[in-house]
Design a protein around this ligand. Structure first.
Ligand code: TUI
Length: 313
């Protein structure tokens, strides 16, 4: 496959692995890059030295390009950006905020910059600031999300910018890949399905929760505080809902989530851990190597496209 994304990043398949805090470690990033996609190490809420060690580890596991996802709401975002200017990963992706002030220095260092956005306005702002590509992330995605669906967001962003668009949110098989390309994307970002890869070191209980998830299990909490997060329904999300409905103070609601990711991904606490996952969780059927996941994400695209043209063309 050849798109502006495979050319830009020097990869075989136009797929980027989502920057999932705690899940997207050096092991997962290297496995995805070795399989021909672009793996990302997620900085999440970790300090710069921890992220630097992850980059060094990934370099021992792959000689292919990989990237780092920086969560802009992290108190360490600036430190991490400065560290990245030294380490020079192939790509810096960002989420949950505006990376514009860092883009000139990153580009100067030869790093490609790919912000994740959830609206047309921010996509246009990122293009003007010098981004190399954009991830258009629909509300189907896991973690911190916007309001607009992938179906409606991707074509609007594709029309609004000239840089290549990567679709994210709800994509977990080759039907989703084909749909994303039909909407104007030139690549896909996949998170949830990679949680259930063999190489992902998240706790087995968390992988099991994704495998067991049904269509309505990936619920949104935190709307009242202005930072909606999609995660698998459990005791924690129910407690969130109860507090939000009761009009509890923001601080009390927020305190509930502190440490939630660590509880889920490191400790396997499926009751009070934050099991962030997208709506595609219900489509994930087994634990398999990253190479098999990537092959399946692009399987039979030709035949599917021809079949569709046969029906409606
Ligand atoms: O960032 C994500 N997903 C995330 S971040 C995260 S850590 C977290 N946990 C709890 C609460 C908040 C964060 C877990 N999952 N996806 C990409 C994404 N970025 N979605 C939405 C945005 C976004 C939002 C606002 C991007 C830019 C933006 O504003 C830009 C501006 O101009 O201010």
């Amino acid at each position: 496959m050849k798109t502006r994304i495979t050319d830009l990043l020097g990869i075989e398949y136009p797929v980027i692995q989502g920057g999932m805090a705690w899940v997207a470690t050096a092991e997962l990033a290297a496995a995805v890059s070795n399989a021909g996609g672009l793996g990302l190490i997620a900085a999440g809420g970790a300090p710069a030295d921890v992220v630097r060690e992850q980059i060094k580890k990934a370099r021992t596991l792959t000689d292919k390009p990989f990237g780092v996802n920086v969560m802009m709401m992290s108190p360490f975002a600036e430190d991490i950006m400065n560290m990245l200017l030294e380490e020079k990963p192939a790509v810096v992706a960002t989420g949950a905020g505006n990376p514009a002030k860092y883009i000139p220095a990153l580009k100067e260092a030869g790093i490609k910059v790919i912000p994740v956005v959830a609206s047309v306005a921010v996509a246009m702002k990122m293009e003007r600031s010098g981004a190399d590509a954009i991830v258009a992330e629909g509300t189907e995605a896991g973690g911190h999300i916007g309001e607009i669906t992938t179906m409606a967001l991707v074509p609007q962003i594709a029309d609004a910018v000239s840089i290549p668009v990567i679709a994210a949110g709800g994509i977990a098989d080759s039907r989703g890949t084909l749909a994303a390309f039909a909407l104007g994307a030139e690549g896909i970002q996949v998170g949830t399905r990679f949680i259930c890869s063999e190489e992902c070191i998240a706790h087995p209980n968390y992988k099991e929760a994704v495998l067991k998830a049904k269509d309505r299990d990936a619920v949104v909490t935190g709307r009242s505080g202005g930072a909606p997060v999609r995660a698998l329904k459990n005791k924690l999300t129910k407690e969130y809902e109860r507090l939000e409905k009761s009009g509890a103070p923001f601080e009390e609601i927020e305190a509930l989530g502190v440490g939630g990711l660590r509880r889920a991904f490191a400790e396997g606490d499926v009751e009070m851990g934050s099991l962030m996952a997208g709506q595609s969780a219900a489509m994930v059927k087994k634990i398999e190597p990253c190479a098999d996941i990537i092959r399946d994400l692009f399987a039979d695209i030709d035949a599917m496209a021809k079949n569709i043209v046969g029906k409606i063309g």
